[in-house]
Design a protein around this ligand. Structure first.
Ligand code: NAG
Length: 292
């Protein structure tokens, strides 16, 4: 009976249709000037990395548009993304989609004859840890000891359309984020960034266009003993302002907790963020080709 129930539960757990690839070439449009960031030791340009998986994200539940919607570098050991990269092209007119959370079958390592245990919804059950060893699943987020919930890196409120917004609901785009910070300080940063991009980022056709990178720095605690709870979150955009003929950027980073008295998180320059990441993530980080 238990097995039957777990099979049903697992079947209700949807999979994305994204692609885990050797390079980001297929979805390079989500990087400014098509150039992926320089993150030595974490992001190898032209080869596969056992720990860090390159995902060209695509939403599964519709045949509309076969296209990718953003890109993610996923850390299979911490079971959280390093960053998601996306284009901001002004917000579409839609409400926050209500859809089930997705996982990526291709991040799993399939081992022969593990078919049934795959289907257990408890990641600690022997066997479950094999297929889901490399990624967070829905059930990991049931633990509430740390006061975190699912925090988007590519937020659905920055998506151009509903299709793209839905594609952000994959757990490969999610980190355990302090609940109050998620709804408070970080949400304010998402709003501020959106407003700045909408007023300062115009491509040569006078359309809003910016490239955004949003990431997390692993911390010390683990949700459900599996999923790293990031110590910091960071974000930066780079765009060309064709009206003023200059490159524009803006950045933020913040501890993964709500600031005292709901204090605002200050804006930083791209250079300051790169310095911060070079000290806390990898040496000599360079996020964008331009904007420096
Ligand atoms: C961010 O903007 C949305 C509207 O787009 C608003 O509902 C929300 O309250 C804002 N968040 C904060 C923290 O100000």
């Amino acid at each position: 009976m238990r097995l039957f129930i777990t099979v049903l539960l697992a079947l209700s757990c949807p999979f994305g249709r994204s692609e885990v690839l050797q390079t980001f070439n297929k979805c390079s449009e989500f990087f400014s000037e098509g150039q992926v960031p320089v993150i030595p030791g974490i992001l190898n340009l032209n080869s596969e990395h056992a720990r860090y998986k390159k995902i060209c994200q695509r939403y599964s539940f519709t045949s509309v548009g076969s296209g990718y919607t953003f890109a993610t570098l996923y850390d299979t050991e911490s079971r959280i993304p390093v960053f998601s990269a996306y284009k901001y092209t002004a917000r579409g007119d839609f409400i926050r989609p209500k859809i089930p959370w997705m996982i990526e079958p291709q991040v799993m390592i399939f081992t022969a004859f593990f078919m049934m245990p795959h289907l257990s919804p408890d990641p600690h059950v022997v066997g479950m840890t094999v297929p889901y060893r490399n990624q967070a699943i829905h059930e990991d987020y049931f633990e509430n000891r740390y006061g975190v919930n699912r925090g988007h890196l590519f937020p659905n409120c920055h998506a151009a359309d509903e299709f793209t917004a839905k594609s952000t609901f994959t757990l490969t785009n999610i980190v355990p984020q302090n609940i109050r910070f998620n709804a408070g300080g970080w949400n304010r940063i998402e709003n501020e960034t959106r407003d700045t991009m909408s007023t300062h980022c115009y491509d040569n056709n006078n359309k809003v266009l910016a490239h955004v990178l949003t990431g997390a720095i692993p911390g010390k605690n683990k949700l459900n003993n599996r999923v790293n709870i990031p110590s910091y979150m960071w974000t930066a955009f780079c765009c060309y302002n064709s009206r003023e003929r200059l490159w524009v950027s803006q950045a933020y980073w913040a501890l993964n907790k709500q600031e005292k008295n709901n204090a605002a998180i200050s804006k930083k320059s791209l250079q300051e963020l790169q310095q911060f990441l070079s000290q806390n993530l990898a040496k000599n980080v360079q996020l964008f080709k331009n904007c420096n």
